[in-house]
Design a protein around this ligand. Sequence first.
Ligand code: AMP
Length: 222
Amino acid sequence: MKALFVLSLSLLALVASAKDNFDFFYLVQQWPGSYCDTKRACCYPVTGKPDPIFTIHGLWPNYNDGTYPSNCDQQNEFDGREIEDLQRTMEEYWPTLACPTGNGLKFWAHEWDKHGTCTESTLDQHSYFLSALNLYKKANLLTALQDAGIEPDDRFYSVDSIKLAIKESVGFTPGLECNKDGSGNQQLSEVYLCVDKSGQKFINCPNFPRISCRKQVQFPSF
Ligand code: AMP
């Protein structure tokens, strides 16, 4: 009986570790104007109002079937000291907007615990955050949209034109996510780009996130 129990435990552990393998990453960027323009309030970080640019939400390991692993290793706790050299850059490009006002460590710890610990031990904390920052710098979404005449000016733009502008600049079609402002207007909130397992280069998306945008969406000012 005991042997059977131990065997089931080992099998469970095996399945769990197999689950930690993943197929690709989403690099998810957000538009702060949309994050803040909902019924839920946002709070600017202690460093002040972020620049009006797309900022990083996270780098998320994913499976080709649309599911994803999460919270894979509770032992591998976030340690802010490991990313001290990145902190300034992260404050700029990966700012927290949660309330109450913070310095970002809580947001980054959440992203590490939920997503970063599932990177199959290929990326340690420093390389995980650095990979996200490097990828982010390769995809300048605001410039891509502005080059196509799409500005954060509270006007509505077609989802197709947004996707096309990003595809023309980055080389790959993004997934888009929308949220609603206080009056129920759909607004562009997040842009998903797919990244290979090594966390180095963009790829065609094996799978897109659930579509939450109508044909025309608002691009709010920030
Ligand atoms: P995730 O759990 O990685 O899917 O991210 C969702 C969580 O991240 C939610 O609790 C959001 O409120 C939070 N979140 C998203 N963007 C930000 C941000 N800029 N600052 C702080 N929290 C955020």
